[in-house]
Design a protein around this ligand. Structure first.
Ligand code: PGA
Length: 246
């Protein structure tokens, strides 16, 4: 159960969030919980979750270890700051703030794994692709170019998040059936490339306008192993209601 804060919260607001969230999640063992704050908040978040099971991750990395790449942060730097996860290829990085490609996604995933960070790779179709019935085609292409190049050992460390772009921040959640169909397709692609056991073990999260009042219906689908939540992860009570649906 993962929360992506995007570009919200200062270090002070991060500390306030965890004061409340830690008391709610105290002793929770039924799922992994990971939060992805802005990079500047990582030290505050890592300090706040010390002694809990809650994981902290970065929202993006650059694939080099270090160098003249103004504004970028490497996997090793996130790891040194106490992060253990990273989001890769979020649709806002693919389509809004920059134009990340599937080839970039693969390079970033390899860099994350090389440094010891666990990646959540985001995939999903845009509204016009959804309307044109091209969802499967898009997912197959994103898997082939962004994921299939991993080794079997690397793939075993990866989590995939299916996030239809038309559902992100729009209030228009995919129905459980639509989400399950996309997850089934991703698992099929994983099976073709990495084999049945790897496909079965793969954790696939759904993301896109997940809220406390729609998460239970989504999580009833066997295909959904968890969720990646944006807006509703900013409030500790709302995010914990979602976590409990695991
Ligand atoms: P949302 O964002 O829950 O606000 O739709 C999901 C995401 O972008 O990961």
């Amino acid at each position: 159960m993962a929360g992506n804060w995007k570009m919200y919260k200062t270090p002070q607001e991060t500390a306030i969030f965890f004061e409340r969230f830690n008391s709610l999640a105290d002793g929770w063992e039924k799922s992994d919980i990971v939060l992805f704050p802005p990079a500047i908040d990582i030290p505050a978040a890592v300090a706040a979750v010390n002694g809990t099971n809650i994981g902290i991750g970065g929202q993006n990395i650059y694939w080099s270890k270090e160098g003249a790449f103004t504004g970028e942060i490497s996997a090793d730097m996130f790891l040194a700051a106490g992060a253990s996860w990273v989001l890769i290829g979020h649709s806002e990085r693919r389509h809004v703030v920059t134009s990340e490609t599937d080839a970039d996604v693969l390079k970033k995933t390899q860099a994350a794994l090389g440094a010891g960070l666990r990646p959540i790779i985001c995939v999903g179709e845009r509204l016009e692709e959804h309307k044109a019935g091209k969802t499967n085609e898009v997912l197959i292409k994103q898997f082939a170019a962004g994921v299939a190049g991993l080794t079997e050992e690397q793939f075993a460390q990866v989590v995939i998040a299916y996030e239809p772009v038309w559902a992100i921040g729009t209030g228009q959640t995919a129905t459980p059936e639509i989400a399950a169909a996309a997850h089934r397709l991703i698992r099929q692609e994983a099976d073709r490339r990495f084999g049945g056991e790897a496909a079965e073990q793969l954790r696939i999260l759904y993301g896109g306008s997940v809220k406390p009042d729609n998460i239970v219906g989504l999580m009833k689908e066997d295909q959904l192993d968890g969720t990646l939540v944006g807006g509703a992860s900013l409030d500790p009570d709302s995010f914990f209601k979602i976590v409990k649906a695991a």
